[in-house]
Ligand binder design. Sequence first.
Ligand code: GLU
Length: 334
Amino acid sequence: MYTQSRVHTTPPTPSGSHQPDLSVQNRITRIAPSPTGALHLGNARTFLINWAIARQRNWSIVLRIEDLDTPRVKPGVIERTIETLAWMGLDWDSGPIIQSESLDRHHGAMQSLAKRGLVYPCTLTRSQIEAAPSAPNEGDHETRFDASLRPQSVPDAFNDAGTNWRLIVNKGDITFDDAFCGTHSIDPSKTIGDFVVWTQRSCPSYQLAVVVDDHHEGINEIVRGDDLLDSTARQLTLMNALGYTPTAQYTHLPLVRGSDGRRLAKRHGDTRIDSYREHGTTQERLIGLLGFWSGITDTRTEMSINDFLEAFDLDTLPRKDITFTPEDDQWLIP
Ligand code: GLU
C-alpha cells in the first residue's frame, strides 16, 4: 500500500491557451480505433476523413489500436478491425501499434505525476463516484468528481496499480483552437473534476493512455469525433501536469447519429461495416455513402477511394451532424 506522506502541492495551473506549433514540418496523425465491437458507419466516416486529410497534406499516419479502452477485447476483433480498414482502402505508414503491449511508459508517467503530488488513489465505489476509464463518447454517463472528495494528503509514489487513481484538476479554462470547430474554452474542473488516470484494472485510463501514446509517437495532428472535445481539455490538463509541451492541432468532426438524434451505436441496428460486407455491400457503395455524408456529392453515388481523396474538402464538410436514414441503409444493401 501507499503511504500518505505528502500534502499535495498546487499543480501547475491548467488554465491557458493552447496554440499548436504548426512550424513543425513533420506532421503525424493517428487512426485510433477501439476494438470494442467492430467498426460502424460513424467511426468509418471519421477514419476515412482523417485518412483523406492526411494523404492530401502529406501527414504520416500511425495506426494505433486502443485496446485499453475496453475491459475485454474479444479474440479476433483487433485483426478484424485492421482488415476492415484495409478493405475500405485506408493505409498507414506505421503500426498497427497495439496499445496494451507496452505499459512501461504509462507506469513511468504515473510515477512522475505521483512525484509531483498530482495524483492520488481513490477507492470510492462506483455508487459513490462513477469511475470513467474509457473514452467518454457522447451518451456515456459521467459523474463529476468534486474537489471536496479529495484526500488531505497524497502519496509521493505510484505504488498501488490495482486501484483507481485520479488527477488533481484545478479550476481554470483550457482554451484551444480547433481547425474545424474554432476556439473552445472548457474548464475540466467544472465538467469532470478530478478524473481517473489509472484504473483498477491495472492499466491507464483512456485519457492517460492517449496523452502518453500521442506524446511518444510524436502525434501532432489529431482528428476525431467532436464528442471528444471535452476530453481535449482534459488531455491538455494532463499534458501540462506531465510537463509535456502540447504541439497538436485538433480537428474535431461532427458525428453520425441515429434517427433519435443519439450517436450512432448498436441501438440503431447493425451498422457494422462487416455486416454490410456480408450482405454484399461493395467498397464503392460504402465510400459513396460516406462521400455523400461528407458533402462531396448531392446524391448517393458509387465512388472509389481515390475519387473520395481527390474531392474531399474539409472546408465544405457539412457542419451539422449526419442522420443515418433507412435510405442510407437501402443504398448499402440494394
Ligand atoms: N479510440 C477512440 C474511439 O474510437 C478515439 C480516441 C481518440 O481519437 O482520441 O472513440
